[in-house]
Ligand binder design. Structure first.
Ligand code: AMP
Ligand code: GLY
Length: 435
């Protein structure tokens, strides 16, 4: 079996490692891949959204299954093109990927089906949006509706911040381009966040282990939002009861609604939740796996990933046998090592030391993201450079393994959060405070 993985981040490296363990012993192809993925298969220098070149590769190599890591090619319709050519691809169609590609669509969809989420209004014009801000109180959240690489949601603690955010989308200081041409203004929700991943075939779905991300750049959730600075899995805050409610109140009605609207959902439905006093409410939907959540989720999931994704892509999840619940073993954590300046501007090209020493650490694994080889050695080539994952029987052991690996690695400007997983370690002591 030949599988192509599209993408070049830590998420795609983790997907590649898991696929390599599948019983079908697949031959792996990557576009464009990264130096870590290059150890597992062949990398082709094709951009993730060059759909024509990707299809050409699949036809030339006669690839059996394509797995799409990032959202951009999905929103652009890669799954539609591949399916029209009879090529199996794991990921939603462009119409289904609107759940991530248009926050305005996603909010209206949730409103149509009574899916719990923050109260909101969508705007295309500045004046009514500005007038709406005068009617609501801070804190409030202002979001660019389109894809904005994780930077399009601004949580505003004051009305001045909200007006600035609106100005940066629909107003005189527009910086989001087309993504900001429609804006969602929504109620601020208070609670702890959790990520739930449903692998869907249009009708049925299989849940992967839950996770919790750390979006802010600095410890104690300070500083601006990033793509994610670390994660752990499973997330104990997501109790079996809350997961059951999420199935009933969010996932089931979403799959049913998408079917009803003529765009059955095939691919990963990533539900970003806020666990509020009144129960789980949707912060956002994504149409792909999370990065860095995947790097913690897949190590604790003992299923056969190639088998699961192929059956989902073929609409045959009824024939998939999930691993026994007991096969979901242990805990995992991932710590992201970022370039100096990230999530703002940063420089590339700094040599990276200590990858081998970190990987040699028991229960630690190094995942490449923004790296490239230069003169035979790895150098930095992105905002999120590397991740170090750790596994253990307990979350504490997983975190210790990951941080022991981190301690081996150095590059100029490297920074990372030192408090990944702390909420998970203390989940038991806070459980009583949740309604
Ligand atoms: P999004 O891009 O919609 O996932 O938003 C990015 C991050 O902003 C989320 O992970 C939350 O931390 C925060 N956020 C977004 N919407 C809300 C909301 N309505 N209430 C509180 N925080 C939010
Ligand atoms: N870690 C959040 C995301 O992948 O969108």
């Amino acid at each position: 079996m030949k599988i192509l993985v599209i993408g070049s981040g830590g998420r795609e490296h983790a997907i590649a490692l898991k696929l390599a363990q599948s019983s079908a012993e697949p031959t792996l192809f990557f576009a464009p891949g990264n130096p870590g993925m290059a150890e597992l298969g062949e990398c082709f220098p094709i951009a993730v959204d060059d759909i024509a070149a990707l299809l050409d590769l699949v036809e030339t190599e006669n690839i059996d299954l394509t797995v799409v890591g990032p959202e951009v090619p999905l929103v652009k319709g890669i799954a539609d093109t591949f399916r029209a050519k009879g090529r199996a691809i794991f990921g939603p169609t462009a119409a289904a990927a609107r759940l991530e590609g248009s926050k305005a669509f996603s909010k209206d969809f949730m409103a149509r089906y009574g899916i719990p989420t923050a109260a909101y209004q969508n705007f295309r014009e500045y004046a009514p949006a500005r007038a709406y801000l005068d009617k609501v109180a801070a804190p409030v959240v202002v979001k660019a509706s389109g894809l904005a690489a994780g930077k399009g949601a601004v949580v505003c603690m004051t009305m001045e911040e909200a007006v600035d955010a609106l100005d940066s989308m629909l107003g005189p200081n527009a910086v989001f381009g087309e993504a900001g041409s429609e804006v969602v203004i929504e109620e601020f929700m208070e609670g702890e966040e959790a990520s739930v991943f449903a692998v869907c075939d249009g009708t049925r779905y299989v849940l992967l282990p839950t996770a919790q991300d750390h979006k802010r750049v600095f410890d104690q959730d300070a500083g601006p939002n990033t793509g994610g600075m670390g994660a752990y899995s499973p997330a104990p805050v997501m109790t079996p009861e809350l997961l059951e409610r999420t199935r009933r109140e969010v996932i089931d009605p979403t799959l049913e609604g998408m079917r009803k609207e003529g765009c059955p959902y095939e691919g990963v439905l990533f539900v970003g939740l806020m666990l509020t006093r009144t129960g789980p409410r949707v912060v956002e939907f994504n149409c792909r796996l999370g990065d860095p959540e995947t790097q913690a989720v897949l190590p604790v999931w003992n299923g056969d990933l190639a088998d699961l994704l192929l059956k989902a892509a073929q609409g045959r999840l009824d024939t998939y046998t999930p691993p026994a619940p007991s096969a979901e073993s242990g805990h995992a954590a991932i710590i992201v090592l970022a370039s100096g300046g990230y999530p703002g501007s940063y420089k590339n090209g700094f040599p990276i030391q200590g990858i081998e020493a970190a990987a040699a650490h028991p229960n630690a694994q190094v995942l490449h993201a923004g790296t490239r080889l230069q003169d035979g050695g790895p150098v930095t080539a992105g905002g999120r450079v590397l991740g170090v994952s750790g596994r253990g029987d307990t979350l504490k052991q997983a975190l210790d393994a990951a941080y022991a690996g981190v301690a081996c690695i150095r590059f100029e400007g490297m920074h990372y959060r030192r408090d990944i997983g702390q909420k998970g370690l203390h989940a038991g002591t806070r459980a009583g405070t949740r309604a």
